[in-house]
Design a protein around this ligand. Structure first.
Ligand SMILES: NC(=O)c1ccc[n+]([C@@H]2O[C@H](COP(=O)([O-])OP(=O)(O)OC[C@H]3O[C@@H](n4cnc5c(N)ncnc54)[C@H](OP(=O)(O)O)[C@@H]3O)[C@@H](O)[C@H]2O)c1
Length: 272
């Protein structure tokens, strides 16, 4: 798919990978719907996008877990240009707590933000895409969607669940000319570790070494868009040693398992 003049809706567009995707799409001439919770941050992303492309942008802030509000949000998105060509479900939250220390409410919140919210948005957008004869639905998973690691049990569960849903969806809607891509970043510079949930539902508040030393969100977005243009089913993004993990899991699972159990907490690298 080429993005020029396409209506692209990005969630989690107020920072990190989503903001970088917005800028890269603005350069390609896409019409953008940008979502997140923080209006000031969305305004700043919009200003950067308008420097890069003569495009229309709708800011559509919402709380991902406000499930009662989502149908009306989707109607607003659809009414803006009359259709949505591309939905990029990118909003997400990570975790920094051991199973033994994690309150059940933390698991529920992570599943709500990282799994149920993209599932509901996708279900709400889907009938319009089928009626218009096609589209592209992407979701940002993680290497954590393939590998479990310490301190990320809820996050890894939610990201694994995305693969089950979106792989199934891909098979169901292929004949409707709708393509489904799953994005699997390794470490990418962003705020993800700062806002990661701790066991009591607080925020981690630390820029972890994994993210600090990683590729930029702009570099990640450039690769993601090139792969989305090719309608790749799975898009791996990253340059660090962590990118070997899915390959190790497939061919040397015992070796990976030994490596993962030796990771130190709280300093252990974990999955992105
Ligand atoms: N960076 C990495 O190393 C990495 C690796 C693998 C996967 N990922 C995935 O990449 C995606 C983007 O994350 P990022 O790394 O760019 O982190 P980020 O900078 O923290 O961005 C997260 C985005 O999600 C939005 N968001 C979070 N909670 C939300 C909620 N309850 N309601 C609505 N929006 C919410 C945030 O918007 P507001 O704050 O404005 O609400 C923000 O725009 C996530 O799905 C993450 O799991 C990141």
């Amino acid at each position: 798919m080429q993005f020029r003049d396409r209506v692209v809706w990005i969630t989690g567009a107020s920072s990190g990978i989503g903001a970088a995707l917005a800028k890269a799409l603005a350069s390609r001439g896409a019409e953008l719907i940008l979502s997140g919770r923080r209006m000031d941050a969305l305004e700043a992303v919009k200003a950067s996008c308008l420097e890069l492309g003569r495009i229309d942008i709708l800011l559509l802030p919402f709380e991902a877990t406000d499930f009662e509000a989502l149908p009306a949000i989707v109607v607003k998105a659809q009414q803006w240009k009359g259709h949505i060509d591309v939905l990029i479900n990118n909003a997400g939250v990570s975790q920094r707590s051991l199973v033994v220390d994690s309150d059940m409410s933390v698991y529920r919140r992570i599943m709500d933000i990282d799994y149920f919210s993209p599932v509901m948005l996708t279900k709400l957008v889907l009938p319009g895409m089928i009626a218009q004869g096609g589209g592209l639905i992407a979701v940002t998973s993680s290497l954590a969607g393939k590998i479990g690691s310490k301190m990320r049990s809820g996050y890894c569960s939610a990201k694994h669940a995305l693969h089950g849903f979106y792989d199934s969806l891909r098979a169901e809607v292929y004949a409707d000319n709708i393509r489904v891509s799953i994005i699997l970043p390794g470490y990418v510079q962003s705020n993800v570790s700062l806002y990661a949930l701790t066991g009591d539902g607080g925020t981690h508040g630390v820029m972890d070494a994994g993210q600090a030393g990683a590729i930029s969100a702009d570099a990640a977005a450039a690769r993601i868009l090139r792969q989305l243009e090719k309608e790749r089913e799975e898009i791996y993004v990253g340059t660090g040693a962590e990118m070997l993990a899915p390959w190790l899991k497939r061919f040397f699972p015992g070796l990976l398992s030994r490596f993962l159990r030796k990771q130190k907490v709280p300093g252990g690298a974990g999955t992105p």
